[in-house]
Write a protein that binds this ligand. Structure first.
Ligand SMILES: O=C(O)C(=O)C[C@]1(C(=O)O)C=C[C@@H](O)C=C1
Length: 432
């Protein structure tokens, strides 16, 4: 991929947003919007200024001209925290609750967008992709920003073009989306939530095209894998061709007038790109679900008042399997359930050579292990487990501690999503 990647313009939005993000690291982002330069360093600096003034206004008060942190709330006699009115003098004007500094709340620590508009959420794909729907489920009412690659979605958040990214990490049929596991490690974003999206695929073709005319079907590799058996059972004699995303495949077929090619995508993609649904529900399992993670520049404050999950990644430099056993037992002994374990090649040291003079040289593969466990980092048992894991490992990073998606999976049901990171609201968890 070239040094600069494109963030796609949302369909139907004019003018087109095209951002050229440097491939890695810092640098100024040039996002041209009808010739104007937005999202540059000046914007970023003013965002920071707004953030610091907001924090100053909320959580500090002035003593002799110096800004000092607000005092910690004092426990009352029965242990409850009192909502104390600060005792600082305010010159000029009556003291009312409204003009007094308000205490910082947990929500303030997970900053809302600083640009004074809606939350901007980056996703990979074009409008009509499942990732766009997942972004809407995670952050109802947000502005979705389509990106042509996963890496660009990470960069969009790092460079303040977007406030969050929502990216798929695993599917109930196709398994893990390894690229995003690797990117989680290469970038410094934090997992602040998860959403699980029922994925209901359709076979789409141009209006009037019959199944018998098809010689090719295009889609995202995950989507092709999720429909493999059904396509065969339908008796279609078609070559499978991978595309960047499902909706992008539909857009491509439509834009090029391909009457011998179908796309596997959502019914929303059919509507957006003028395609017809030849077959509905072509996924191999009706309970097909993709799990997405929500990423932000800052972690959220872990809590204990609702079910939380914590994601970590670790490596060890000792021989044998006993380290992995010890790490897993650190959770088992504390009754902490693991919900996922994934291993990926160790990028910097993929193979370890072990010389045995008599037998030859053994070549061991080295791994990074990703583990999700069902506990909040605010819980002492999770903190103790991690302290123990640290003893056994040469590298340990917490990717995030975040609320679990507890919404029911039934298609068509209306559910309430509340997250300490995103807005609480009602949304439909119906299939896409
Ligand atoms: O191509 C899309 O529509 C996507 O949102 C990507 C993606 C994926 O990467 O797994 C998301 C959900 C489905 O599992 C199929 C494809």
């Amino acid at each position: 991929m070239a040094a600069a990647s494109m963030i796609k313009a949302p369909v139907g939005q004019n003018p087109r947003l095209a951002c050229h993000a440097p491939a890695r690291g810092g640098g100024v982002v040039r996002c041209s919007l009808q010739g104007a330069v937005v999202g540059g360093r000046a914007d970023w600096q003013s965002s920071c200024a707004v953030l610091s003034s907001k924090v100053a206004a909320l959580g500090t008060h002035s003593i002799n001209g110096h800004v000092a942190p607000a005092p910690a709330p004092e426990p009352s006699q029965n242990g409850a925290v009192l909502d104390l009115v600060p005792v600082t003098s305010i010159t000029g004007g009556a003291i009312t609750k409204a003009n007094l500094p308000q205490p910082l709340r947990i929500a303030d620590l997970s900053p809302a967008p600083m640009h004074g508009s809606q939350l901007r959420v980056a996703y990979q794909g074009v409008p009509g992709a499942y990732s766009e729907k997942a972004a809407g489920k995670a952050y109802p009412g947000s502005d979705a920003i389509p990106c042509d690659q996963f890496e660009v979605a990470f960069q969009a958040v790092e460079l303040w073009i977007a406030d969050r990214a929502v990216l798929p990490v695993e599917n109930s049929l196709g398994g893990s989306i390894h690229r995003n596991y690797d990117l989680l490690l290469r970038h410094r974003l934090h997992i602040v939530g998860e959403v699980q999206l029922p994925v209901h695929h359709c076979l789409l073709a141009l209006p009037g095209v019959r199944k018998e005319c098809l010689t090719r079907v295009m889609s995202h590799p995950q989507a092709l894998a999720q429909c493999e058996h059904t396509l065969t059972a339908m008796g279609l004699n078609v070559v499978r061709e991978a595309f960047d995303d499902t909706a992008g495949a539909a857009e491509y077929v439509a834009a090029n007038g391909l009457r011998d090619t179908a796309a596997i995508a959502s019914s929303r993609a059919a509507e957006l790109y003028g395609m017809e649904v030849l077959a509905d529900g072509v996924q191999d399992d009706s309970g097909n679900v993709t799990r997405f993670v929500m990423l932000a520049r800052e972690p959220i404050v872990p809590r204990t008042d609702r079910p939380f999950k914590t994601s970590i990644v670790f490596a060890h430099d000792k021989e044998g399997t006993s380290v992995l056993f010890k790490v897993l037992s650190a959770f088992a002994f504390r009754d902490i359930s693991l919900t996922k374990i994934e291993s990926r090649p160790h990028r910097h040291r993929p193979i370890r050579l072990v010389d045995d003079a008599n037998v030859g040289t053994a070549k061991h593969f080295e791994y990074m292990f990703y583990v999700d466990f069902q506990a909040s980092l605010a819980e002492p048992r999770a903190q103790n487990a991690l302290a123990e894991v640290q003893e056994y490992t040469s590298f340990l990073r917490v990717l995030g501690s975040y609320p679990m998606d507890m919404t029911p999976m039934t298609a068509g049901s209306s559910t309430t999503i509340s997250s300490s990171d995103g807005p609480s609201s009602s949304s439909s968890s119906s299939s896409s």
